[in-house]
Design a protein around this ligand. Structure first.
Ligand code: CUA
Length: 159
């Protein structure tokens, strides 16, 4: 097979670039131990239901923190616990969520809350619910046959 000289240059350039980029990613991942950007806290995925705060999923009032409530959510194929939660309007809420099995998504439709829940990691986000109404929580990471049915509901109500 005959390759044009410029073609050879481009092939060499392309393959070298690929090798360099993969090496950089590989060194960062394995040598420097880079983790997903949500990495802040860990939980043993096998023991989620025995680990604080996931022993009590739901909305809890807290004091002495920068937020008023903590909303603890556990995802598992194919549901969120709790499936429905009521939040007073204007509440500043820290969402603390994890998954018991595979990767799930946590998106509150119509808001900018959108997290990936990864086994072994705790995903957190602080937000304020300023609009009353019903909000749908959906899983936006394909997680299996029941993925499209995986949802929960937030009701923001006047105090
Ligand atoms: Cu859980 Cu898709």
């Amino acid at each position: 097979m005959h390759l044009h000289r410029y073609e050879k240059w481009w092939l060499t350039f392309g393959i070298s670039a690929l090798i360099i980029f993969l090496s950089i990613v590989g060194i960062q991942a394995f040598h420097q131990g880079h983790k997903p950007p949500s990495e802040k806290a860990f939980v043993d995925p096998e023991r989620v239901s025995e680990t604080e705060p996931f022993t009590k999923p739901g909305l809890h009032k807290v004091q002495g923190k920068d937020w008023d409530y903590e909303l603890v959510i556990v995802a598992a194929a194919f549901s969120f616990t709790p499936g429905e939660v009521e939040i007073p309007k204007g509440a500043k809420v820290k969402i603390i969520a994890t998954t018991r099995d595979v990767v799930h998504g946590f998106e509150i439709a119509g808001t900018n809350v959108n997290m990936m829940l990864e086994p072994g990691y705790i995903s957190e986000y602080v937000t304020t619910f300023n609009k009353t109404g019903e909000f749908l929580i959906i899983c936006n990471e394909y997680c299996g046959t029941g993925h499209h049915m995986m949802s929960a509901r937030i009701k923001v109500v006047d105090k």
